[in-house]
Design a protein around this ligand. Sequence first.
Ligand SMILES: Nc1ncnc2c1ncn2[C@@H]1O[C@H](COP(=O)(O)OP(=O)(O)O)[C@@H](O)[C@H]1O
Ligand SMILES: [Mg+2]
Length: 240
Amino acid sequence: MTEAPILQLRGVSKSFGSVEILRDVSLDVHAGVRHLLIGPNGAGKTTLFNVINGHYAPSSGRIDFEGRDVTSLSVAQRARKGIGRTFQVASLFPRMSVRENLVIAAQAPGLLRRPAQVVSQEADEALSLSGLADKRSMMAGNLAYGEQRLLEIAMALATKPRMLLLDEPMAGLTQTERLAFAERAIELSSRSALLLIEHDLEIALRIAERVTVLSLGAVVYDGKASDVLTSPIVREIYLG
Ligand SMILES: Nc1ncnc2c1ncn2[C@@H]1O[C@H](COP(=O)(O)OP(=O)(O)O)[C@@H](O)[C@H]1O
Ligand SMILES: [Mg+2]
């Protein structure tokens, strides 16, 4: 990989009280490379996202985004620099229409104020990427579960992130929806750098080009997706 990474973590640790949840995590994410973060429940994946987007300050270590140290910046400051994310838990407005949700996302607090025309244009762009264009007027709460998850991703995209952190975007989807999502993720990676958390190894490997495996807060594998299944440590974690 010759290009500079869009995101670089060096020696990132995070403790809550006396419990060390992340241990000396170093990670390079490159734009245009679909990068998956996997690992058992409780490994620290969501915590790592919270440290990357600024929700938590790391106990030690350094985070660079597009070559700049962002370690001490707030969530809003990092969002302005282009770090967008979705959450494991639903975050849309169920009583508003699909498009209204996207408009709200596009003018999210923390982002710089943008003219109404730009907001509207970005909402429409995200709408067409989401594949929900024909449901633009439907109340978000009336969408099928899988469609709600797609809308949440579209909401994150409406902020035009340089990099998108997706926390288990496929959780609760049917197998058909997962396959459709996998294709969409491949499309999205040409617009924003993607770092995706996925619990299910098999589905993860359909999308991933690069995989980082976290176990007990530490990186135990970081490399090509095609080699992950032959890694003894990954086999031990996933296959027992
Ligand atoms: N704010 C917090 N305070 C204390 N412990 C936390 C906090 N957030 C997460 N943890 C703990 O950190 C560990 C990793 O959690 P998490 O990052 O959610 O794992 P994953 O997303 O890989 O399932 C868990 O043991 C969890 O209980
Ligand atoms: Mg999690």
